[in-house]
Write a protein that binds this ligand. Sequence first.
Ligand code: URA
Length: 190
Amino acid sequence: MLDWEELERQCLSCQKCGLAETRHHVVFGTGPRDAEVMCIGEGPGEHEDLQGLPFVGRGGQLLDEMLELIDLSRDKNVYIANMVKCRPPHNRDPLNTEQDACIGYLRNQVALIRPKIIICLGRISAIRLIKPDFKITKEHGQWFEKSGVHMTALFHPAAILRDPSRRPDTFVDLKGIQAKIREVCTHTYR
Ligand code: URA
């Protein structure tokens, strides 16, 4: 396992897959490095690629609003990262080969942060991190435990923007996350 400085250095100069050819910035991740809660998205979009920060487009604004409902923010108590650190062209889903090349960076981030709770944003990260047959429409908001980490998935903010009928379910899921934080976290709401 690498320390933060070396991990970020290697990640920012990564050439392990073809996405390195087309990226403007590597999107490493953001938030306090002692966060008890991590959110993990799919991969950077256009705005993220241009700014080098995760979830800064319209979906990102919605994500910040969702987190704020349960007193979470990237400035205070949640770390936000993605499955792949470079933008897939035209926002296509990251290929398995790209995910395989990149997942080590995320695993190292998780090992350094040691979160109590991981929130997968959308099906791509839930399939990879929770279980291969994860069904987001049926299993969003449910809890899974892996190596002592409590894991759940929300609809991806971009999917909520496309289909606002997912909002009420997402509100219930957020309340479930709030309850889980109260149960297992020690300093998130301090
Ligand atoms: N969608 C994601 O999954 N991640 C981002 O950083 C932005 C949009």
